[in-house]
Design a protein around this ligand. Structure first.
Ligand code: TYM
Length: 336
């Protein structure tokens, strides 16, 4: 990877939390873009395991989730020959810059974060300071790498906005330290909704197991979940987020996996029932995920390869990010 730093490609940074197994929402909203951006951009991708402990984790399960997700991202096509794919906690600069940036972030702006409000409602018994300052750690992640673009789903755009605000404020005080990053969301799939309550985003914490499809779900489970998806009584496959959120969500998923436009889908399924449509969406998703599932089974058994990959990547990420951390510290007045 060393010689790649010489290439003048724009930089990408993104991360995903090992807080459970990957959902179809994660895949379509973010990971597909991670994979497709690897040739055009110089990409840093991380497992955001520091973020994950804002919600209490069982140590054994947490460790397993980290290993599984690392293998699964490789299986999705994150390519260590092209990208720097590391584990956030292996690179200490993330925690260090997060502390510094905490002192340049206002209580008021963090209080407005919708994810903080949602999560404090969900975990009312553990509203810890980390949950509150979570977006600052995310800002540190991104800013350390001078990222131009950040591929994410729509739910992370507010955090990206605060990242830009923090960076702009810091640069205003000290000169040009951080690149101001831009979000990058997919045309289809930026917000995949629950199959059971299509007003809410598809998420691991969905109370109804049928609401969320996991990338490692068995084909028959995926088919079952799509067949049970909530629709409406109007029997028309038509894109209408306001009045037909269930069907619209299925169309978004179908578009994201097949590349078909809404108009093509509407005409292909005109006069046909919802049953046909749900089956088609389920089958398209199963076919899309099949090669990933097969690769995952192979990679998860190869612990030596995974270890070698994350060690090399952390080395590179540590050297690269140290430059930004040093610059920020010098500007503040620290003696290095
Ligand atoms: P996380 O782990 O919740 O989700 C990982 C990525 O998946 C996207 N996503 C979705 N996209 C579409 N529809 C959905 N239903 C859906 N659910 C999740 C998310 O937008 C995200 O892109 N805080 C981040 C992780 C993070 C990060 C970063 C991201 C830490 N540092 C720096 C970007 C840059 C998170 O919890 O994502």
């Amino acid at each position: 990877m060393g010689e790649r730093t010489m290439e003048k490609k724009p930089i990408v940074f993104s991360a995903i939390q090992p807080s459970g197994t990957m959902t179809l929402g994660n895949y379509l909203g973010a990971i597909k873009n991670w994979v497709s951006m690897q040739d055009e951009y110089f990409c840093f991708y991380a497992l955001a395991d520091l973020h994950t402990i804002t919600v209490r984790q069982d140590p054994k399960e947490f460790r397993k989730n980290i290993l599984d997700l690392y293998a699964l991202l490789l299986a999705c096509g994150v390519d260590p020959e092209k990208s720097v794919f590391f584990i956030q906690s292996h690179v200490s600069a993330h925690s260090q810059l997060a502390w510094l940036l905490n002192c340049y972030t206002q209580f008021g702006e963090l209080s407005r974060m919708t994810q903080f409000k949602d999560k404090s409602r969900k975990h009312a018994d553990n509203i810890n300071a980390g949950l509150f300052t979570y977006p600052v750690l995310m800002a540190a992640d991104i800013l350390l790498y001078q990222a131009d673009k950040v591929p994410v789903g729509a739910d992370q755009l507010q955090h990206l906005e605060i990242t830009r605000d923090i960076a702009t404020r810091f640069n205003g005080l000290y000169g040009n330290v951080f690149k101001i990053p831009e979000g990058f969301v997919p045309k289809n799939g930026a917000r995949v909704m629950s199959l059971q309550t299509p007003e809410n985003k598809m998420s691991k914490s969905d109370e109804n197991v049928n609401g969320c499809v996991y990338v490692l779900d068995k084909p028959e489970t995926i088919m079952k979940k799509f067949k049970r998806a909530i629709t409406d009584n109007d029997a028309q496959v038509r894109f209408d987020p306001e009045n037909k959120p269930g069907i619209t969500n299925l169309m978004t998923i179908y578009s994201a996996v097949t590349g078909l436009t809404s108009e093509q889908i509407e005409s292909d399924f005109s006069g046909r029932g919802y049953g046909d449509f749900k089956t088609a969406v389920g089958e398209a998703v199963v076919e899309n995920l099949r090669p990933i599932q097969n690769e995952y089974e192979r990679i998860i058994k190869d612990r030596a390869f995974m270890e070698e990959t994350w060690t090399k990547a952390a080395d590179f990420a540590a050297k690269f990010s140290q430059r930004t951390l040093d610059k920020a510290m010098k500007k503040i007045g620290y003696i290095l």
